[in-house]
Structures are given as C-alpha cells and as structure tokens.
Design a protein around this ligand. Structure first.
Ligand code: PLP
Length: 387
C-alpha cells in the first residue's frame, strides 16, 4: 500500500518524468535565448520545440503562442481592452462567467465598472440566455468562459458561447487550464479567439503558462514591457528550463490522453458509486458532462476544512473547493453561483484524480469518506468544530 494517496490533481500535478529530464537537460544550456551565438541558439531551440508542442496540442499556429509565468499571468495578459477579431471593433467591456478562476474574475486590465458577471445554471453550466441578453445590452465585449471548471469539472458549452459572442461582434477568451490534456482541445473547433493554459496542471513545472491566440486576433498588448521577447508580447528573459519542461509534459500528456482519460473516468465512476452508497452524499454537476477526473462532493453537516485535515491524517490529500481558496473559510464562489443548498456549501470536498491514481487509492478514499463523514457530521451536530 502507498504511504500517501494524492487526490488533489486539480491543484497541481506531480512532475512527469519526461518534463524532469527535459528540464535537467535545459539546465546544462548556458545561453540566453535572445543571443545569436550557438549557446543562445541552443536555448532558443528548446523554447521553439516547446512552442510547437503546445501549438500542436491545441491546433494553433505556433507564432501565436506567448509564454508567461503561469495560468494567472496568461489570464491577465489575455484580458485586455482593445482586443478585436480581424476587421472587427475593439472590445470595450468584459463579461465573465460567475464560476471563473479568481485570475479571470479579477478582470485583467479592464476597469471594475467595465466588468459584468454572467450567471450559471444550478447544474454548473454557463447560462447562454443571460449571456445573449448581456451581449445585446452594450458595445462589443470580450467574454471569458472556462472550458472546464476547476471545482466541479463541469464542461462549458464553448462552441455555443462562441456563436453568440461572434454574432455580437465580440471576442471569446477560454481558460483551458483545467481541461488541457484531460479532453481534446482544438482552438478552431471550440471557436475560441484566445486560450490560456498552465504547465503544472499537465505534469509540467509550476510557474509556466501560455496564451494561445487564434489567427487574426489583434490588440493583444504586453502586460510586462521591456525587451522584445515573445514578439514584444511578454518581456523578460524566458524561463528556458520551465518552458522545456512544459513542452515535454504536454507531449507526454497528450500522447497518453487516449489511455489516461478513460482510465480516470472508470476510477471516477468507481469513486462516485461508492460515495453515493453513503446516505446524504451529493455530487455537484453530476447531471452534466464533466472532466473525467473531478468530483466535488458534500454531505449536510460536514465541515470541509476539518474534513481535509481528517483526510490528511488518514494519508489522503484532498482539497476543499479550489486550491487557491483553500486556507480561507469562505464557501466556494462556484457553489454559490450554482445556488447550491446552503447546508452543503460548508462541506464541499474536491477529489481530483490523475494518471497515477489506482483502484486501491479510490477504495482507501471511500473508506476514509465513510469514516470521516460519519464522525464529522456527529461532531458538528453536537457543536464540536474539531475532533
Ligand atoms: N485557471 C484555472 C481554471 C485554474 O484552475 C488555475 C489554477 O488553479 C489557474 C487559472 C491559475 O493557473 P496558475 O496556477 O498556473 O497561475
């Protein structure tokens, strides 16, 4: 039996061996990728190889990929007033779905007064009717809707969103950070104008991400200005090893997706059948298409922060809601946007699986869930916060 079971893959993934080897090799290259000598060109080659891996993975042109310091910076770079599709008008306002990651909800370079939040349905899926109303009510908008939610795993209707947005002369940004390598992504088939991705969710290193623009998108202005790196869209000497690790992780993850995704799906089903056997258990967004690795579960009377500690003591790493909010006691903004039953809001636990998860891990998690949900619900009922 493993010492520890890791079920928090949406927070971050372990480094893939392919990424580690690529990074170790990159550490031996001393050149600056902007230098014209051999050492510089060797570093440049690593960056361009990674760029082509990411471009191939999402069906984009590699000239339209900008490396950043992660998904957060990629989202901040993508969300700028002035973006437009070829021949279109520059966007003047931002519409974000209510379940976006905080790095999107922050609104990039849009002034607070120019940001509108569009609702989701109780299923956790974006509300297209509300979007249509918002689009009609003002000038061309940049709309930001994630491909899959980081907490519930719910997959959003991006092609339908794209049709509405483009029909209204707008631009569509899709945060694909959680969906990347867990489901096929093609920027054209989705109808996205700009996609954002992050390395550490696909087995790459933390602190590297990318913006992928589709052909014909104009007005993507640098957030960090200085040297002319990344075609003037992101200044600063590139993190060569990080980028090389990202490229290697993407090649490995996309290469294994046809095997990993169905395997995770089968494990997710085993997990959810086991969870549902326990009375009172609720799995969020279970009526809609979800990522094959994500299960957000709750039970009335459960306190998520206490349950996370309980799981940890049982040797299992899980998270309460999104990782970026863990440590904070506020209920998940995603569940609030879904108008989830208040009795379930405090107890939501995210179980997220990965390529290394086994049936034994799932069974151990189920044993812990049965034990903890009983103990913790009793403790809450008699007013004990800790146990
Ligand atoms: N977008 C989504 C949907 C995420 O889940 C995350 C991270 O959890 C981010 C963006 C931010 O990515 P990064 O951690 O690389 O800054």
């Amino acid at each position: 039996m493993r010492d520890r079971v890791y079920l928090d893959w949406n927070a971050t993934t372990p480094l893939r061996p392919e990424a580690r080897s690529a990074m170790e090799a990159a550490f031996n290259i001393s050149g600056n990728p902007s230098s014209v000598h051999s050492e510089g060109r060797a570093a440049r080659k690593l960056i361009e190889d990674a760029r082509s891996a990411i471009a191939a993975a999402v069906g984009a042109d590699q000239r339209n990929i900008v490396f950043t310091s992660g998904g957060t910076e990629a989202n901040a770079l993508a969300l700028g007033p002035g973006l437009c599709r070829a021949g279109g008008e520059p966007v003047q306002r931002l519409i974000v779905s209510a379940i976006e990651h905080p790095s999107v909800l922050a609104g990039g370079r849009f002034a607070q007064g120019a940001i509108q939040v569009a609702p989701v349905l109780p299923s956790g899926v974006f509300d297209l009717t509300s979007l249509a109303g918002l689009l009609e009510s003002g000038p061309p908008a940049l709309v930001s809707v994630m491909l899959a939610n980081n907490e519930t795993g719910a997959i959003q209707p991006i092609p339908e969103v794209a049709a509405l947005v483009h029909g209204a002369g707008g631009v569509l940004h899709v945060d694909a950070v959680q969906a990347f390598s867990k489901m096929p992504i093609n920027i054209k088939a989705l109808g996205a104008d700009i996609l954002t991705v992050s390395a550490h969710k696909v087995g790459g290193p933390k602190g590297i991400g990318a913006v992928v623009a589709s052909a014909g998108i104009e007005g993507l202005h640098a957030l960090i200005r200085g040297g002319g790196q990344e075609q003037g869209r992101r200044a600063g000497t590139e993190n060569v090893a990080g980028i090389a690790g990202f490229g290697a992780a993407v090649r490995a993850a996309i290469g294994a997706m046809d095997v990993d995704a169905p395997r995770m799906k089968a494990l997710q089903e085993r997990l959810e059948i086991g969870l549902r056997n326990h009375p009172g258990t609720v799995i969020f967004s279970d009526a809609v298409s979800r990522l094959p690795n994500t299960t957000l579960v709750s039970a009335p009377g459960l306190k998520a922060e206490t349950a996370v500690i309980g799981f940890d003591l049982e040797g299992i790493a899980v998270s309460s809601g999104s990782a970026c909010s863990s440590g904070k006691v506020q209920p998940s903004h995603v569940l609030q946007a879904m108008k989830a039953d208040p009795a379930l809001l405090q107890g939501a636990i995210r179980l997220s699986l990965g390529w290394d998860t086994t049936e034994a891990d799932i069974d151990r998690c189920l044993e812990a869930w049965i034990k903890l949900s009983g103990v913790l619900r009793k403790a809450t009922a008699i007013g004990l916060e800790q146990f």
